[in-house]
Write a protein that binds this ligand. Structure first.
Ligand SMILES: *Cc1c(COP(=O)(O)O)cnc(C)c1O
Length: 410
C-alpha cells in the first residue's frame, strides 16, 4: 500500500498519455465521439463505461475522482461543482418530501440555510441535535429518518463528536451517516474506518491548493447497505452495492447539473498533490498560534481541538491522525474589539475561506451568520466577541507577530 502523497501524485497509473504528458491533460470538451452507433447506445444504457457529455462525466474530472478514491480508500467518488452541491446532491438522493434528516445544531452557515430555507419548504423535516449527546440523537431518529448528517469538526464552534459512536447509533436504526469532512480531508480523517457511509468535502478549501477554484466531492465508502434506503433500493436491485453513485450519476447528479469544470478538476488535482505537506504545516501553525493566543491577556477564550484544555482534545486525538485542523476561534471582549483587531492586521487577511495558504480572519456573527437572529446565533454559539482564524502556511512567527501588533492597542 503506497503512502498518501505518493498516491496523491501518481494516482492509479492508468494508461499513459499519448504524448507522455506528466500532468493530466485538461479535456475542455463538452462531448466525446464514439466509433460506432452501437457503442453509443451501450454507453447511454450504462452497459459500457465511456465519456459522452461533460455534465455527466469527463476524463480530467474522472482522474480527480480516482485519486480521491485512492486516498480515502472509498468505493467510489463523484466530483461536483462545489461543497454545497455535494451536500445538496446527497440529501436529494437519500430523502424525499415527507421524510426526515437529523443533523447537528452546529453547521456551516450555508448548510444550515440549505436545510432550513431551501429543503424545508420542499417537505423535508429536519431535527437539530447536539451530536456529542447520543441520547439526543437517538431520541430524534424516527421511521422517516433517511440520514444523520454532521461535520467532522464543526465550523466555527470546532466541536468534535465521537463519529464512530454516532455511526453506531445510526446504523442500529438502519440509517446512513453522512459527514462533511471539509475541515479534516482524508489526510486527517479516514471516514471509512469510523462507520461513515458517505463523506462530502468542499474541495474548494484544502484540495484546491490555496483557494484556486470551487469544487466538491461525494465519497461512498461502501460501508452501508443501500437496500435500507427506499429511494436507493431499486438501484441496488439493478446495480449492486455501487447503487448510490450510479443513482447519482444516472439521475440526481446528472439532472441537477452541478458538474465540476474540467479546468477546476485540473487545479484541484495539482492541489491534491501537495495537500499533505500543506496540511502538516497549517495544522502545526494553528497549534502554535492557539497556544500563544491562550496565553494572551487580551484573549478570554480559545477554541482549538488540539489544545489539551479543549473538551474535544481526547476524541480529536483518537479520531484524527497528523493534526487537529487549521481553524481556530478566540474571544475578545466585544464586536468593537474584534473589528479593531481585524483592521490592524497586515499579513493576516480579512477574508472568508478556510485552508487557504494565507492566514484569514473574519468575524462570524457579522458575516457568515449575519442573516440569522440573535437567538439562532446564540443557539449556534456564534457570539459577537468571537473571531475565526483560518491558519495558513506562512512562517508561524510572522503570523504571531502580526496578531501581536494588531492586539497591542485593544
Ligand atoms: C466551505 C464549506 C462548505 C461549502 O463548500 P463550497 O465549496 O463553498 O460550496 C461546506 N461545508 C464546510 C464545512 C465548509 O467549510
Amino acid at each position: 500500500m503506497k503512502g498518501f502523497t505518493t498516491k496523491a501524485i501518481h494516482g492509479s497509473l492508468q494508461k499513459k498519455d499519448p504524448h507522455g504528458s506528466l500532468r493530466v491533460p485538461v479535456y475542455d470538451s463538452v462531448a466525446f465521439e464514439f466509433e460506432q452507433a452501437a457503442d453509443m447506445q451501450q454507453a447511454f444504457e450504462g452497459r459500457r463505461l465511456a465519456h459522452s457529455y461533460t455534465r455527466i462525466s469527463n476524463p480530467t474530472v474522472a482522474e480527480f475522482e480516482d485519486r480521491v478514491r485512492l486516498l480515502a480508500e472509498a468505493a467510489g467518488v463523484i466530483a461536483v461543482s462545489s461543497g454545497m452541491a455535494a451536500i445538496a446532491n446527497v440529501v436529494l438522493a437519500l430523502a424525499e418530501a415527507g421524510s426526515h434528516v437529523v443533523t447537528s445544531k452546529f453547521l456551516f452557515g450555508n448548510t444550515y440555510s440549505l436545510f432550513e430555507q431551501t429543503l424545508k419548504p420542499w417537505g423535508l423535516a429536519v431535527s437539530y441535535v447536539d451530536m456529542t449527546q447520543l441520547a439526543e440523537l437517538k431520541a430524534a431518529l424516527n421511521e422517516k429518518t433517511r440520514a444523520v448528517f454532521l461535520e467532522t469538526i464543526t465550523n466555527p464552534q470546532l466541536q468534535v463528536a465521537d463519529i464512530r459512536a454516532v455511526a453506531q447509533v445510526a446504523r442500529a436504526h438502519g440509517v446512513p451517516v453522512i459527514v462533511d469532512g471539509t475541515m479534516t480531508t482524508p489526510w486527517l480523517f479516514k471516514s471509512k474506518d469510523f462507520g461513515v457511509a458517505v463523506e462530502v468535502i468542499s474541495s474548494t478549501k484544502c484540495m484546491s491548493g490555496g483557494a484556486t477554484s470551487v469544487g466538491g466531492l461525494i465519497l461512498d465508502n461502501g460501508t452501508f447497505d443501500w437496500k435500507q434506503n427506499p429511494k436507493v433500493r431499486p438501484w441496488v436491485e439493478k446495480c449492486g452495492p455501487r447503487a448510490l453513485l450510479v443513482f447519482l450519476r444516472r439521475e440526481i447528479y446528472r439532472n441537477l447539473g452541478a458538474c465540476l469544470a474540467p479546468h477546476n478538476a485540473y487545479l484541484q488535482i495539482a492541489g491534491l498533490e501537495t495537500m499533505a505537506l500543506r496540511m502538516q504545516k497549517s495544522c502545526e501553525n494553528a497549534r502554535q498560534i492557539a497556544r500563544w493566543l491562550s496565553q494572551s491577556p487580551k484573549v478570554s477564550r480559545v477554541h482549538y481541538p488540539g489544545l489539551e484544555s479543549s473538551p474535544y482534545y481526547a476524541i480529536a486525538r483518537s479520531q484524527f491522525s497528523g493534526g487537529f485542523g487549521s481553524l481556530l476561534n478566540f474571544h475578545l471582549t466585544s464586536r468593537k474589539a474584534c473589528f479593531a483587531l481585524m483592521d490592524q492586521c497586515q499579513i493576516v487577511r480579512r477574508a472568508t475561506n478556510i485552508h487557504d495558504n494565507k492566514t484569514l480572519i473574519l468575524h462570524p456573527a457579522s458575516t457568515i451568520f449575519c442573516e440569522y437572529s440573535l437567538a439562532e446565533k446564540s443557539h449556534m454559539e456564534v457570539t459577537d466577541d468571537l473571531l475565526r482564524l483560518s491558519v495558513g502556511i506562512e512562517d508561524v512567527e510572522d503570523i504571531i507577530e502580526d496578531l501581536a501588533q494588531a492586539m497591542e492597542n485593544l
